[in-house]
Design a protein around this ligand. Structure first.
Ligand SMILES: Cc1cc2nc3c(=O)[nH]c(=O)nc-3n(C[C@H](O)[C@H](O)[C@H](O)COP(=O)(O)OP(=O)(O)OC[C@H]3O[C@@H](n4cnc5c(N)ncnc54)[C@H](O)[C@@H]3O)c2cc1C
Length: 313
């Protein structure tokens, strides 16, 4: 099996991975970056990014990521297509297997594999992606000022997203499968006290409709099998808030995670419990999940890697 020794391996090509590559490249670490199945990461699936500093007129997600890639390459980052399929973090150098069979032996590893939003699995979610369907209220809420939106989910995140959207939209429906909210009491109270939010308990979204974007949602209200009501609810935006899946599976035998699978790091740092292995971006961030926070933690991870390598090689 082919093996290759590298100083600094970066796994993932979202804002965290590319930013880590820019910093690691400029620090002469000759970073090798594997881009994974989604080169450029989540932002390649969106049109307008209006909250990344430095772009007063906003920028398209794919263009922003292309800029970051070019910036990383300018400083010598070796960006490759390939997916990390296994990890052995028992001893340094750490061994990462790539899907072409190659094993990369790295002195420092930066994990920037992101987290994937969960969807209901409706065909219409794909059909209306970027045209009224979103999994991030902070990212897209601004586009729904004075409009009507629905949030799917009944946990803390859904309540937070609904509360946030109520500051922008004229009306927020929460579509909740169960006859109760799973969220903490405090969050429930916040939702119930908000006159703009209406909770639709025992409801399932089964489809979306609209000519050039979402104009409404097909709903089924179910109280037991016998009592089923189908109706359409006009909305402009459909927000999923049913959780994310951090892309951390191959690292779980070696690193600590929370119950959802987010990698745990030393508070305020990207350091994992394995020296020389760092986690950056959404894979280690259940709270903010923004491009700028991912980029910032990629920067921190590269600085940490540089300091670690200085002391340990
Ligand atoms: C539709 C949409 C719109 C958004 N809009 C905004 C916005 O306007 N503003 C904002 O700040 N944020 C926005 N976000 C959130 C933002 O995209 C994320 O917070 C950010 O991309 C996280 O960056 P990341 O580098 O941690 O991971 P990601 O961008 O998720 O990238 C993860 C990378 O890891 C790679 N990868 C995963 N597993 C492996 C593996 N095993 N081997 C190799 N590579 C792997 C993937 O291919 C990918 O390149 C949006 C998200 C979505 C989905």
């Amino acid at each position: 099996m082919e093996t290759e020794q590298v100083k600094c391996l970066i796994i993932g090509s979202g804002p965290a991975g590319y930013t880590a590559a820019i910093y690691a490249g400029r620090a002469n670490l000759s970073p090798v970056l594997y881009a994974g199945l989604q080169p450029g990461g989540q932002l390649t699936t969106t049109t307008d990014v209006e909250n990344f500093p430095g772009y007063p007129a906003g920028i398209g997600g794919p263009e922003l990521m292309e800029d970051l890639r070019k910036q990383a390459e300018r400083f010598g980052a070796d960006i490759r297509y390939g997916v990390a399929t296994a990890a052995d973090l028992s001893t340094s150098p750490y061994k990462i297997t790539i899907d072409d069979g190659k094993i990369i032996e790295a002195l420092a590893v930066i994990i920037a594999t992101g987290a994937t939003a969960k969807y209901l699995g409706l065909d219409d979610e794909k059909k209306y992606a970027g045209m009224g369907v979103s999994a991030c209220a902070t990212c897209d809420g601004f586009f729904y000022r004075k409009k009507v939106v629905a949030v799917v989910g009944g946990g803390d995140t859904a309540c937070e997203e609904a509360s946030y959207l109520s500051g922008l939209a004229s009306k927020v429906y929460m579509i909740v499968r169960k006859p109760f909210l799973r969220a903490s009491k405090v969050m429930q109270q916040r939702v119930f006290n908000n006159p703009k939010i209406e909770v639709l308990f025992e409801h399932n979204a089964v489809g979306l409709y609209g000519e050039n974007g979402v104009e409404g949602v097909h709903l089924v209200k179910r109280k037991g099998e016998a009592d089923e009501q189908r109706y359409d609810l006009p909305i402009d935006g459909f927000f999923l808030a049913i959780g994310h899946k951090p892309n951390s599976d191959i690292f779980k035998p070696w690193l600590d995670t929370d119950e959802v699978g987010y990698l745990l790091t030393e508070p305020g740092t990207p350091r994992t419990r394995v020296p020389g292995v760092f986690a950056a971006g959404d894979v280690a961030d259940p709270h903010y999940r923004q491009a700028i926070t991912a980029a910032a933690s990629g920067c921190m991870a590269a600085i940490e890697a540089e300091r670690y390598l200085l002391l340990n090689s």
